[in-house]
Ligand binder design. Sequence first.
Ligand code: T4K
Length: 375
Amino acid sequence: MSKDPVYVTRPSLPPLADMLPYLEKIWQTGILTNGGPMHQELELALARYLNVPYISLFSNATIALIAAFKALHLSGEVITTPYSFVATSHALLWNQITPVFVDIDPITLNLNPELIEAAITDKTTAILPVHCYGVPCNVDAIQAIADKYGLKVIYDAAHAFSVRQGQRSILSAGDLSVLSFHATKVFNTFEGGAIVSPDEASKRHIDHLKNFGFVDEVSVVEIGINGKMNEFQAAVGLLQLQRVDAAIQSRAEIDRYYREQLANVKGISFLHTPADWSSNFSYFPIQIGSEFPVSRDALYHHFKQHDIHPRRYFYPLIPEFEMYRHLASANIANLPVAKQVSERVLCLPIYPDMPLEVRQKIVDLIRTLGQGAEA
Ligand code: T4K
């Protein structure tokens, strides 16, 4: 096996030579940002590829989340999951909104719809679920609750690029969905993100919000932010889009390999995307249960000794971070499923064209530790 460290992911990149014509164009025109031609082309191409009505590109998903809450005039309290990357609820705090954490479903690891109603108060303005690891939330159940109480729904779809049920994109659920195109994601523009919106008026509003609130040269109508994606990022995106199906295909093979090779290891379980939804294979989380001879953390450190670096996404839970601990909903006793999952999950390395010997080594390390626990 190569001596290089193995990380949880490795960005997929287009051939450098393919990038040069795009760079030449940028250099020729001198248009570097502010909704340039490549930015416009990528918005249209992505909307088509993802089968969604409108897309607004952003510099990253965190700023996009912050802008999405502003676009919907959210305030007060927003119900969300404790089991996510910290950006999900940080974006609420940036809007002076209080996150209200509700426990997750043990099967999907997403916000549990059955627990949402009990957390609604007269201050609640929205629900912010996450399609964690790209596994779709129960969007119909969540929408029914939102409709009943007149709440908005914003999906943090950072992991859910291209997830669909037939032609129905998961990104069409709710009022808005936010994507991340960070280096570690299935589709990356180095840094980047987007908001998917249902109609032209919403898109126009969001486009103003990401450009300081300008509607024309002399009119600023809102306290906007600078969330613009630049032409370099858009050029990368245009190239990546040509390769993303192949990248997902390659991830699917690795996913299949892990499932086959680890199927009989007692104490190791996998996450399942519902059969009628496609997966983008963005992560490969396994849960290490009590039947496995060592703990999740012991396995994690064992990997590190071999220069393999899986990640404990998402540990600690968001409510365990200092800036959230004081919240009533951050009481871990009320979040037992999320707590247990955060102590059991290990995301194994997965990325396009991961060499066979690397996969074998990862599987061997788990099987060897699990020896005696084989079914
Ligand atoms: N909502 C959710 C649910 C999210 O998961 C995220 C981000 C967001 C919102 C916010 O999206 P953005 O604002 O970032 O667009 C990483 C990513 O930085 C973060 O984007 C991602 N979620 C989160 C789950 O993972 P770290 O702290 O684990 O990143 P880091 O630098 O340790 O990277 C992991 C591994 O990836 C490295 O060990 C090596 C490899 N890597 C990473 C980078 C950055 C590379 O090979 N090349 C690279 O350029 O957060």
